[in-house]
Each structure stands twice: as structure tokens, then as C-alpha cells.
Design a protein around this ligand. Structure first.
Ligand code: ATP
Ligand code: MG
Length: 406
């Protein structure tokens, strides 16, 4: 294995069903696919890491697979943070400059943001993302960068995406145990948004739902900024478990039944159709059940999921802000009928969110189960570009200061 490649970017998604690694690099200014690996996750419980050893072994297996493809050492990565513990908080704070108007400086912005983020959070809460929704200068809302503008009162609206500190640390420790240093973290729904939303959707108002196996993470954009983030302890595995319990079959068999015949709109399934359920045992019996009975089990669960989504949107004050509707992504999003259930409960249009195509990306990565992973790579790349631009501008400033002092 050769030495580290400087422009290689590696991202890691430790999901409750699958652990995924994706590597890309910069080629002539564009992000290019290099390798990916998917292994079954281990040591996960209810969307969180419950046993570090097995979880880290899954990460190591995925990272080794990717390493063999790129043929360079992979020793650092960006990791996704998700699970049912992510909570979004909106805060506002302001600065008064007295009766005289004055030009807003970078320091004024920093002070306003520091005041807004100063709200006390419950113990064990970490800020995952600190996102500016807007600045309000005097009476003018909707400002993205007030530096250089003139006014007498500056206000900032922030959105803070918070997560359990210990849950976040577990993902980092798990990567470390697999030999990977963690360079950054990203909320998984935010990453999914990066890979699938258009600028128009962000402006008009849109909700991205990343439906995984054990949890569903969500992010809402309105007027180009993040207005709400949250998570729901409910995912595709809950649909499978219901089938297993009601139809009295092993979970693995219920998963196969869901993948083959799953539907969550009862009336969309022909009344007289029957489906065959083969036993997983070598000489087990085969039985026939009504196809509709599968949908009769799945539809109430789907409605329950979207009732919870509706509650989260209402609590976040964004239920009426979805002009561009809802985008469903994650492996759980492709259950037939889910778009209809979304539209009937949230009364907005819905679509499936596939990831954008990267150069040389294999076709299987355009499945919604990879949207978060591809988005994580785009996010990591964007952060790297911003950091390089900031470093360059700092270097240019230092050069100018140095030249002036000669
Ligand atoms: N064709 C399909 N029909 C219905 N459900 C599907 C289909 N394909 C995948 N799923 C479901 O998607 C879920 C896995 O999704 P995904 O790979 O996004 O999860 P994950 O990222 O590992 O989990 P999490 O995000 O909760 O940590 C499983 O519950 C699986 O049953
Ligand atoms: Mg996931």
C-alpha cells in the first residue's frame, strides 16, 4: 500500500444496518469517485453504537476494502452523526449600537452569534452544527452577510443542531479503533440534503427525510437556510419487525417479504392477489397469504411515521414552510406507497431523493440508500475548499502586512 494521497477524501457512515465508506478525489477541479465499501453493521442498537468492538470491526472491514481499491493508505475520514438523539434548537440574539447608525464589523457579527449560541443546553448535549438562518438589520430581515452594512441594531437568528455528546464520541472512538482519525463530523440528514436538493427547493422550503433502518433524521430548509433539524426513533426495521410479529416469521424472512412484496397503501394492492412465503428452513413448508395483508400491516406503520414527522415539523414551526415539499431518502424511502402516505399526511408534494452523480460513480450508488454517503463526500469537499480559500486569504493578508512593514 502506498503512502497517503493528499487530495483523497474519505467519508464513513456507521448506519444501524450498514457501515459504508466512500472515497473520492479532486481531478481537474471536479470531485471524482474512487472507491466504496459496504458491510453489515454490528454492535448497533436502536440506531446507536451499543458495542464498540463489533462496530469498529465493521468499520475496519469497510475501510480495508476501500483501501484495497484506492491502493493508498486510508487513515482519516469525515464521519456522519445521526441516530434518534439529534435535536434542533432555534435561538435569536441582538446588539444595539445606540441612536447613531454605524457600519457593521466582523466583530459585531461574532458577538451577536456568540450571544445567540449562549443558550444553556441540557447536559451531554453537543452542538453539531451552528447555522446562521438570517441577520436582521434594524427592520430589514433576510440578510446573509451584514458586514459593511449600516444600522443601529443587529439581530441574528441561529439554528443549532445538537446531539448526544456520548453518542457522537462513540462514533469517533469506533473510527479511531479501526485506525481512522476523524477530521470532521456532519449530521447525516444535512449531508443527504447536500447530495439531493436544488437551490430552488432550499429557497421555497423543503424537508429532507433520511429513513434508515432504526431512525429517521430530518432537516428543513427555508429561504436558503436550515430552519429545523430533528430525528425520529423509527425506521425501516420497524416495518420489518411488525411483519415478523404479525405473520409469525423470522425477522430475516420478514425483511425478504418486505423487499419483495412490501407496499404501504392497502388499496393499491389488488384484492385477490396472493403471495408465497417460503420457509427459510431447508424442508420447511411454503404458505400463501393475501398480498393485501402485507400492506394492511405496513400502512398503519407508515402513517404513524409520518404523524411523528408532522409533529416534529409543527414543533419546529416549519409545517407551513414546505413550498417545495418533502424529499424521502435513505434505504427505507423506497418502500412502495410511501410517497402517497407522505402526501396524504403532510399535504405537500413528495419525491424520492437520489444522490447526484459524481464522475465515475458506479450506477448502484445512485440508490437513495447512498444519498447520505455521497452527500458526506460533497460536504467534506466543500469544507476543504472553504478552508483552503480562508488559508489563502489569510496568507495574502499576512503577505500584504509584511510588504507594508518593509
Ligand atoms: N426496496 C426496499 N423496500 C423497503 N425497504 C427497503 C428497501 N431497501 C432497503 N430498505 C430498508 O432500508 C433500511 C436500511 O436503510 P439504510 O441503509 O439507509 O440504513 P442505515 O443507514 O444503515 O440505518 P440508519 O440510518 O438508521 O442508521 C432497512 O430497514 C431496509 O429494510
Ligand atoms: Mg443511515
Amino acid at each position: 500500500m502506498s503512502q497517503k494521497q493528499e487530495n483523497l477524501i474519505v467519508v464513513l457512515d456507521v448506519g444501524s444496518a450498514f457501515t459504508r465508506v466512500l472515497a473520492g478525489d479532486l481531478n481537474e477541479g471536479a470531485l471524482r469517485y474512487r472507491a466504496h465499501a459496504v458491510v453489515e453493521s454490528a454492535g448497533m442498537r436502536k440506531g446507536l453504537i451499543a458495542e464498540l468492538g463489533p462496530a469498529a470491526r465493521a468499520v475496519k472491514a469497510a475501510s480495508d476494502q476501500a483501501e484495497r481499491q484506492v491502493r493508498v493508505n486510508i487513515d482519516e475520514c469525515l464521519v456522519g452523526v445521526g441516530g434518534p438523539n439529534v435535536i434542533g434548537v432555534n435561538t435569536t440574539a441582538g446588539l444595539n449600537f445606540g441612536t447613531r447608525m454605524r457600519e457593521i464589523s466582523k466583530d459585531d457579527v461574532t458577538i451577536a452569534v456568540e450571544r445567540a449560541r449562549g443558550v444553556s443546553l441540557p447536559p451531554d448535549r453537543e452542538i453539531l452544527h451552528l447555522l446562521t438562518r438570517q441577520f436582521v438589520l434594524d427592520e430589514q430581515p433576510g440578510i446573509h452577510d451584514p458586514v459593511g452594512m449600516v444600522g443601529s441594531r443587529l439581530e441574528v437568528d441561529l439554528h443549532m443542531s445538537t446531539c448526544s455528546g456520548s453518542a457522537q464520541q462513540s462514533v469517533v472512538t469506533c473510527a479511531n479503533r479501526a485506525g481512522l482519525e476523524v477530521t470532521d463530523t456532519v449530521f447525516e440528514a444535512l449531508a443527504a440534503a447536500e447530495a439531493t436538493l436544488t437551490a430552488d427547493e432550499r429557497e421555497l422550503g423543503v424537508c429532507v427525510l433520511d429513513i434508515g433502518a432504526h431512525s429517521t433524521e430530518l432537516v428543513v430548509f427555508f429561504e436558503g437556510a436550515v430552519a429545523h433539524t430533528g430525528s425520529i426513533p423509527f425506521g425501516g426495521q420497524h416495518f420489518t419487525n411488525d411483519l415478523a410479529v404479525v405473520l409469525q416469521m423470522p425477522v430475516a424472512q420478514a425483511e425478504q417479504l418486505k423487499l419483495r412484496y412490501g407496499h404501504c397503501v392497502v388499496t393499491a394492492v389488488p384484492q385477490l392477489d396472493e403471495v408465497e412465503i417460503r420457509s427459510s428452513q431447508p424442508h420447511g413448508e411454503t404458505r400463501m397469504i393475501r398480498h393485501r395483508s402485507v400492506a394492511e400491516i405496513l400502512e398503519p406503520r407508515a402513517r404513524e411515521l409520518f404523524d411523528m414527522v408532522r409533529r416534529s415539523l409543527r414543533d419546529g414551526g416549519v409545517l407551513g414552510a414546505l413550498g417545495a415539499g418533502v424529499v424521502l431518502t435513505g434505504g427505507g424511502a423506497v418502500l412502495p406507497g410511501l410517497l402517497d402516505v407522505t402526501e396524504s399526511i403532510l399535504h405537500v408534494r413528495a419525491r424520492i431523493g437520489q444522490p447526484v452523480q459524481l464522475s465515475r460513480m458506479p450506477p448502484e450508488l445512485t440508490h437513495p440508500a447512498y444519498t447520505t454517503l455521497v452527500g458526506m463526500l460533497l460536504y467534506a469537499h466543500r469544507k476543504r475548499v472553504t478552508r483552503t480559500a480562508e488559508n489563502n486569504s489569510l496568507r495574502a493578508k499576512l503577505r500584504a502586512i509584511f510588504a507594508a512593514s518593509l
